[in-house]
Design a protein around this ligand. Sequence first.
Ligand SMILES: Nc1ncnc2c1ncn2[C@@H]1O[C@H](COP(=O)(O)OP(=O)(O)OP(=O)(O)O)[C@@H](O)[C@H]1O
Ligand SMILES: [Mg+2]
Length: 464
Amino acid sequence: MKPLSNTSPSSVDSTNKEWEKSVWLHTRDLEEELSWFDRVLQLRSTLNRGKQDVPYRSVYDLHPPDFSASETSYAHFIRQHQLGFDERLAMMMAIAPHLQPKALDIFLSTDGKDSAQGGSRGKSHKGFLPTGETLLFVLAGENLQKRILLNRLFGREHLFHREKVIWLEEAREEEPLLSGKLKASEEFIDLITTGAMKKPRYGSDFPAKYLSTELEWKDLVLHRETRLRLEEIQHWIEHREQLMGEWEMGKRLRPGYLSLFYGPPGTGKSLSAAVLGKLTGKDVFRIDLSGVVSKYIGETEKKLSGIFDRGEHRDWILFFDEADAIFGKRSDTKDAHDRYANQEVAYLLQRIEEYSGLVVLATNLRSNIDDAFQRRFKSVIPFPMPNVLERKQLWEKSFSSKSRLAEDVDLLQIAREFQLAGGSIINVVEYCSVQAIQAGKQEISRDSLIQGIRLEYQKSGLTL
Ligand SMILES: Nc1ncnc2c1ncn2[C@@H]1O[C@H](COP(=O)(O)OP(=O)(O)OP(=O)(O)O)[C@@H](O)[C@H]1O
Ligand SMILES: [Mg+2]
């Protein structure tokens, strides 16, 4: 976290104002869209009752609002993907339980009487929860052809599925697919209500964590070669568009960039990925492959596909930790589980190769990665244990500016004597800093430093 003193009250104020303005603009469009949605529902109900006294013959006669000049995220989204009546109505229906549940009350009056309108009721939510059937009921009525055509809204090829905008929850066993509840992602709701995009949260259906850092290039202590290779990746990200577009290399080159980071624990692999993301303005998501590999056939693919689908559109950097779990040396395919493992590898490889952004695989040992994959990497970057001078720098950079070292602490000598990686050094620094604060001092003593180092050694089963 940034220290509070860095943010002056006035900058907080102006950020709040901008935020309020953005919410205001977004709400305005959304109200207009929801009011159109409301009118469509009313009209469907009127038409269904066979009333003749309305000037419309079909719900499609009610045109959605014109947002061609609006600058809100919702308007952009509609324009960018050329979304029409059906898509817009589907999105409004999916978000209605969150933002305007009253609009759906119209279905409650006929609840249960008209099976065609589908829908379900929540456990604590009192309102009506629309299902796929509800949407088709409104858009197609009893027109079978139209109903069939509308199924595409929930197909795997559709933007809604690819970007995880809205979707149908899985229906209960033996019940029709369309009886699944219509859902909207939290991210999408955020985007259209405030214009901001929250990061998706880690969960069983999204096994990736957002990786961020307050540190910069200059805080990294890296071997020269490591730094050069990382800068090459940075340059690729920065010039990719020109390379693939203007230089027309898109037809010759694979779309993305695959890199392998290898080195002992705590040498800065994850941190470097986070810094690269920060530097190039991309979000970095870390996927722990050992946690994703599942013994249930198809599960792993399902979990990972969500990450690739969403990442692709947002240009995330995907950082696969413990890559050996999936890209390790191939065992002889003895039993079914092993055979399946290879199927997972094939799937993951295919997704990685098609991915248009940066994918980083990290491992502790390069030789753990199957030779067959080595040629697919655009770069293979070593993260060696830091040498004496690098360790000295790591020590120097790690202590708080509020603390000072006791006179008998010689960092060069400590760096010479103890072969620790950056990750262990930062642990020792944390240990002695707490010790000092606890003692009411700013000074870091040599004793606490050595004790901290001893504890680090113990962790790896070594003694001083
Ligand atoms: N080269 C480095 N320069 C600066 N700080 C470092 C460096 N390496 C490690 N650190 C410090 O150690 C912490 C842990 O490092 P990091 O998680 O990046 O290591 P890693 O190589 O990903 O380890 P692992 O293989 O265990 O995942 C960093 O957040 C940082 O504070
Ligand atoms: Mg790591």
